[in-house]
Design a protein around this ligand. Structure first.
Ligand code: HEC
Ligand code: HEC
Ligand code: HEC
Ligand code: HEC
Ligand code: HEC
Length: 553
């Protein structure tokens, strides 16, 4: 496709569709490339920039008027911005500074999932992937491999993942296979639908990719390739000193009821649009149940941070696109993530006992994924005038939790509690990474073990039979009130004049300590990220569930 055609395509898809229609209707003899020689026809480029795909997979609206555009939705997601994410760039820089003798390997490793197209292309050329080089040119528009790198987890990344070795260990850590071009030289875009030859021809002639029906796109194992991350820790000379199961969404899900019930990652993270709707604005026919490409998780904070700084970060999504995914994220956090309850309150010997029950509603641990995530209980007791008489788990404007040892000191962390009697104790659901010496760390490539993991378990998850890589670690392992049905914590404090007890479960994707530890690194990316974080720290956490009860006297 020429640059001119590309421009036309983006500029005027209505006009284009008329031409394309004419092309389809004229139905020239079948595409299969003529073979005059025994050599296979030349393959197209391995990846296409998403703009080429968005051109036809946008402006999609359901009969009730909901915009379910695949392109516009995807652009506003964390995955579309997995390379531009300033926290990711700051962390990669930190790792290259901590392990400077292995800096190139570190960039290559992080690129595997955050800049996957750039990484696969580099490897196809027998090279290692760079990260920062793709962000060096501040003069936009981007071209070539820089554009593909900044595209993050883009259309032709996911849609070219081959079924080979999915679900096995060899496919994890981003080691999926990019399907080779067919014997006809065509690169394929796998999808769930059967598409007729005319529509295949038109997509191929415009993009070099041809649709191919394949069932593996509906399986969790597809997502597991990048959503399983086992890191290798490096010693002072860059040698491997151990490993850590850093992100285990897929294994947590496998050990839960959701995998038995056939509820895939896609079923929750790509919910179907109601009724028949087109999946392509150009030449699409009505199809039942488009899979929304919203990929909503829990990181509304970063979506809004990237929105605020979108110009300097080079984010392509519009402000409205980012805000739409941020809102959907908050809705999911508030409605589908967790619940809290308070048992009837009991006063004995002047003390009030408050039993709080928390339950995880997601398909994996909550929190899950990246280890900077944490959720905690904020409990407040008030007298009849609303004055606070007891409080645990208050968050400050800088995003730190009062009473949490880890926020006070990088060397400490808050244990799992079964009973809380003092305001400086707080129940925090989190994983704490440790060095071989047992010191807490936020250095991804320094950690070889968990010192604590009391993240809430999903329905059906038996902690006694869980594999070591998804084990509960610390006091929660022995706590009989910490199970797949949730956690029960008892708060006990003087009943005094308490009239009402309020409980909220809060979630913070980037814990205070994780941001603070980056402030020590005097390079551009960590400095930039810490300044963004500080500017927005007041909104770094979010209520996931809340309830209250009145003391009966
Ligand atoms: C196997 C794939 C994979 C590799 C390799 C990988 N990551 Fe990630 N990373 C992810 C996924 C998936 C998430 C999102 C998880 C979530 O949202 O909980 C993530 C999230 C992050 C985040 C949090 C971003 C935010 O906005 O909160 C940071 C920081 C990060 N990664 C840094 C790194 C660094 C540094 C490296 C290299 C040492 C690396 N990643 C390598 C898959 C990977
Ligand atoms: C010229 C318009 C056009 C462009 C550009 C385009 N597509 Fe398509 N695409 C279509 C049409 C038409 C369909 C079939 C819709 C139908 O049958 O209802 C389709 C279907 C698909 C499907 C579903 C396939 C299946 O079997 O389920 C995928 C996946 C897909 N496209 C990916 C892409 C990717 C990736 C790009 C960018 C490289 C792209 N498309 C660019 C027109 C286009
Ligand atoms: C993170 C992986 C991922 C990315 C990125 C992604 N898709 Fe998809 N896409 C899927 C999966 C998985 C399905 C099938 C879902 C199912 O049927 O359960 C799908 C389905 C589709 C379909 C078929 C219609 C439908 O809704 O089932 C089209 C068309 C499509 N994608 C186009 C695109 C385009 C265009 C982009 C880039 C703007 C894109 N996809 C980015 C994973 C992805
Ligand atoms: C090529 C690697 C790759 C594949 C395949 C992939 N992801 Fe991701 N995903 C990532 C990375 C990297 C991030 C983190 C982006 C960041 O935080 O900067 C991420 C983040 C996410 C998030 C978190 C959003 C948030 O708010 O924090 C969700 C949800 C998600 N992916 C769902 C899926 C689903 C569902 C699939 C399968 C259909 C899938 N992913 C396949 C790499 C991948
Ligand atoms: C029953 C529905 C459900 C299923 C099944 C499910 N998830 Fe989730 N997921 C959620 C909800 C709700 C959240 C938001 C709460 C949170 O952030 O953990 C979430 C959050 C996430 C996040 C962001 C975590 C964070 O906070 O940083 C990632 C990444 C993710 N899921 C990946 C997956 C993958 C991969 C699978 C399949 C192996 C999967 N999910 C299966 C419901 C589900």
């Amino acid at each position: 496709m020429t640059a001119v055609m590309r421009t036309l395509l983006v500029a005027s898809s209505g006009w284009l569709s008329a031409i394309l229609l004419a092309t389809v209707n004229a139905a020239p003899p079948a595409v299969p490339v003529q073979r005059t020689q025994a050599t296979s026809p030349p393959e197209g480029p391995m990846f296409a920039p998403s703009s080429e795909c968005v051109a036809c997979h946008n402006n999609l609206v359901t009969s009730s008027g909901e915009d379910v555009s695949i392109g516009a939705s995807w652009r506003g997601t964390m995955m579309a911005n997995a390379g531009r994410d300033p926290y990711v760039l700051a962390s990669i820089r930190r790792e290259t500074m901590d392990h400077s003798s292995r800096a190139r390997d570190v960039e290559d490793e992080c690129a595997t999932c955050h800049l996957p197209a750039a990484q696969k292309l580099a490897h196809a050329n027998g090279d290692k992937a760079a990260v920062f080089a793709h962000f060096a040119n501040a003069n936009r528009p981007l071209a070539g491999i820089d554009a593909l790198a900044q595209d993050g987890v883009s259309c032709t990344v996911c849609h070219q993942i081959a079924p080979d070795r999915l679900g096995t260990r060899d496919s994890f850590n981003g080691n999926f296979v990019v399907a080779a071009a067919g014997s006809d030289g065509m690169r394929r875009a796998f999808g769930p639908l059967a598409v007729d030859p005319g529509r295949r021809r038109i997509m191929h002639s415009v993009t070099g990719f041809v649709q191919a029906e394949a069932s593996h796109v509906r399986e969790s194992a597809l997502c597991a390739t990048c959503h399983t991350l086992i890191t290798e820790a490096l010693g002072p000379d860059g040698q491997v000193i151990g490993s850590l199961p850093e992100q285990m969404n897929y294994q947590e899900w496998q050990h839960s009821s959701f995998s038995q019930e056939g509820r895939s990652c896609q079923s929750c993270h790509m919910p179907r649009a109601p009724g028949p709707v087109r999946v392509a604005s150009v030449l699409g026919e009505d199809r039942p149940g488009l899979s929304r490409h919203t990929f909503v998780g829990g990181n509304a904070f970063m979506l809004r941070l990237m929105n605020r700084y979108r110009a300097e970060l080079g984010v392509e999504a519009t402000s409205a696109e980012l805000e739409s995914i941020a809102r959907a994220t908050i809705r999911q956090l508030e409605q589908d993530t967790a619940s809290v309850e308070i048992d009837p309150l009991a006063v004995a010997d002047g003390m009030l006992a408050v039993d709080v029950r928390v339950r995880n509603l997601t398909g994996h641990k909550f929190p899950t994924g990246y280890p900077s995530r944490r959720a905690w209980l904020h409990v407040v007791a008030r007298d009849k005038d609303g004055r606070v008489t007891f409080e645990s788990g208050r968050v400050t404007e800088t995003g730190l939790i009062e009473g949490n040892d880890s926020d006070a000191s990088a060397e400490a962390f808050e244990p799992h509690h079964t009973e809380i009697t003092r305001p400086d104790q707080v129940q925090i659901y989190e994983s704490i990474m440790g060095t071989p010496a047992g010191t807490p760390t936020t250095g991804l490539l320094q950690a070889t073990r968990y010192l604590k993991d009391n993240r809430l378990l999903p329905r059906g998850f038996d902690k006694r039979t869980a594999a070591p890589e998804i084990a509960v670690v610390g006091a929660a392992a022995e706590d009989d009130d910490f199970t797949a049905d949730g956690d029960r914590v008892r708060y006990r404090f003087p009943a005094g004049a308490v009239e009402r007890v309020e409980v909220e479960l809060r979630f913070q994707p980037i814990a205070h300590r994780w941001a603070r530890n980056l402030a020590r690194y005097g390079a551009r990316e960590p400095r930039a990220f810490v300044s963004y974080y500080d500017a927005m720290a007041v909104s770094s956490s979010q209520v996931v569930a809340r309830t209250a009860r009145t003391v009966a006297r």
